[in-house]
Design a protein around this ligand. Sequence first.
Ligand code: ADP
Length: 462
Amino acid sequence: MLRFGLFARLLAALAAVMIVAAWIGSLGELSIPSRMVLLLLIAAGVSGLIARSIGRPLDGMRRAAQAQAGGEIEVEWPIPTTREMRELSNAVQTMALNLQDKIRTIENLLAEQRSIFDSMAEGLIVVDPRERILDANRAAQQMLQFDIASVRGRDMLEVVRNARLANLARRALREEAPLIEGSIMLFAGSERQIQVRGSLLRAGGRVKGALLVLSDVTRLRRLESIQTEFVANASHELKTPVTSIKGFAETIASEDMPPDQIKRYCRIIARHADQLGTLIDDLLELARLEHEEGRGPLNLAPTPVTELIEGAVETCAADASRKNIRIERVIPPDLLVQAHALFLQRAIFNLLDNAVKYSPAHSTIRVIVERTDSEVLIHVRDEGPGIAPEHHERIFERFYRVDKSRSRKLGGTGLGLSIAKHLVEAHGGRITLVSAPGQGSTFTIHLPLPPPPPASAEGAPP
Ligand code: ADP
């Protein structure tokens, strides 16, 4: 079909009307008013046809543009028959496609930002200049226990019910400083310490509100306080033998005393020096362990349990025989555990050493190993004084002792069990205690079973 431009069509219509007018003028049998009416009717018909040929494609374009704006992907655009309309349709279509492309890019960007926003460990809250909550990420919603969908636009204080946090938001909005800092306490199940940083949010030179960043520093503060406590405890433990050594040495130097008394004092000094040496060894061991832990998981290898236990027994054999203590072993043959041999042997030794230290002379210590469906258990059972239940929870803490003077007299440092616990946990295991006063103590190391050996290719069915 031939397609003409709009201008050509108008010209053709005009020419047609003129020809028709001339023809009507030549119709002598019709009166002038009738000729006028006929001409008007024909002119109206022609204008109607022209208006339709412009209006229809415009209407098609409007519908297509509306469908595209509504998010429809497969939109059919009309192909107008006039050149001008076709060009207009093409231009609008290109514009709509460009716009749709830009909208899609912005939507993707927003989704990306939302997922970054939500995956952050820090809580983020955005408030408007009137302190109403505009947005909050997942971490903030968890920390402050609200659902952003139901509180958006509501006053911050009313939602979070924390005057300090609301005050920090206010100070950030007033821009008292480029960065406002403070800390708040939250009680969601347990007490949490939260550090808050607030800053003003601007966009296009206008203040949009304030951004609050919430970091949970509970663990960090707890570690700091453990460290301070540890330094204080360690200094105290080191100071005790040093004070004694100094005191006895000064007494020997300043007084005339019989040789056997000097000998006695020297023996006391030697005992305190030994204690100091053991304490320093244990502290170094702890430091080494923490350093190893910081380097990632331990290198574990399948190790026979018998080897570990015999090694530990050998190390404390001299002390045991001095007290006439028997160490019995019940170990299933060929049992393997995933272990860092040196570290696990040290943990077993610490338990055995305590058993020897706190057991009466002529008693028996039993080391019993058993394998359950999910674990390998190493029990160290003694016939010593036993430990009252109220101490069970804290006994694995550093420097915790049931009987301080007894432990010191026996050369204890208060670190043996905490080192053993550390070592066993580094193997993915744990230590438990069953004990009561007068009934001896059983410390048990629980270790996960080693993974089954890989099925060998030989003998496998073809
Ligand atoms: P210590 O060097 O003082 O033995 P540990 O950390 O090894 O330090 O043990 C902590 C405390 O637990 C000891 O001081 C002691 O009071 C108690 N304890 C540990 N093992 C036994 C045991 N087998 N029998 C009785 N008490 C024990």
